[in-house]
Design a protein around this ligand. Sequence first.
Ligand code: NQM
Length: 363
Amino acid sequence: MPGTEGIPCLLMRGGTSKGALFLASDLPADPAERDDLLLRIMGSPDPRQVDGLGGAHPLTSKVAVISPSPDAGADVDYLFLQVAVDTALVSSRQNCGNILAAVGPFAVERGLVQPADGQTEVRIRMLNTGSMATARFATPGGVVDYDGGPAAGGAVAIDGVPGTAAAIRLNFEGTAGSSTGALFPTGHVMDRADGVDLTCVDNGMPTVLMRAADLGVAGDEAPADLEANAGLAQRLAGLRLAAADLMGMGDVSAATVPKLVLLAPPREGGAIATRSFLPVRVHTSIGVLGALTVAAGVLAEGSVGHDLGVLPSPGEPFRVEHPSGHFDVEVSIEATPDGYTVTRSTALRTARKIFDGRVFPRP
Ligand code: NQM
């Protein structure tokens, strides 16, 4: 009886996000029952999530459900669930590349994958979108090194997370059009709605790129200042619905996708400056798939952002500037007779095991 015995749970940071990770076999199989339980575990709905594990922000109210994969090409299946903070909503419509960084280590911690002595690779099937990722991380002596010792090649820092930790290299396959069927789901690299130029692009995260200047902002504001701009929020809400329609995404009024990203010329030597809307709260940095998607969109000639950006030479990382610094991703796209295809999507993250125990949900 879960209420009295608790449910095994690993609380982890993945990239710039934090979430509760579970074995699928420890949760109800029925999605409605599972989601009801997760709301109680995270403490939603409540703006402070005071009665649960959630951190009162979409970036810290996340859940991963992991199981051995029946797919011969994958080690584990990863289902990401966004648990809303102040509404009773759990959504599987979006993926999360930050929490993904914690999935490989979780698979080793829970015995789903046999670690090597040195570096371990875990093939992860992302159930939300059907795309694949390979995570590579240090496991000296068969134990996950979170801190970044010699087997990890030392410790690295990622902007948006204090301190340093061991690198986790994420290599993606099949992210183009993962939720919408095409990298540019409207069939164009640029569209227009409500008098604003848009690039609708999906390299793992359906996203609407717009020029910050077209919305009357500079694109370097602090997240709290953008969130306080009621006129901007109202305009963006309408643009999001219009863009989702163009992308064939149906009714997204209760969904967390598509995301919105305001673009501006880089200010700190990167390729482009970004402010991402999740879609209401503003990201304190940027999502992994969000950054891979921004890069793919901006690289395409004729897109919103292509002329604002300072594009890297082929083979150089694409530096996405965001509110807490920058995020280097490696993305290559190639023009095809039908549009564009993505030939490379990789990113570097870190993760940490914060707490391993049993969680006791409110009744
Ligand atoms: O884009 C936030 C995050 C994310 C998603 C969001 C993510 C990604 O930073 O891959 O990681 O877009 O809601 O955790």
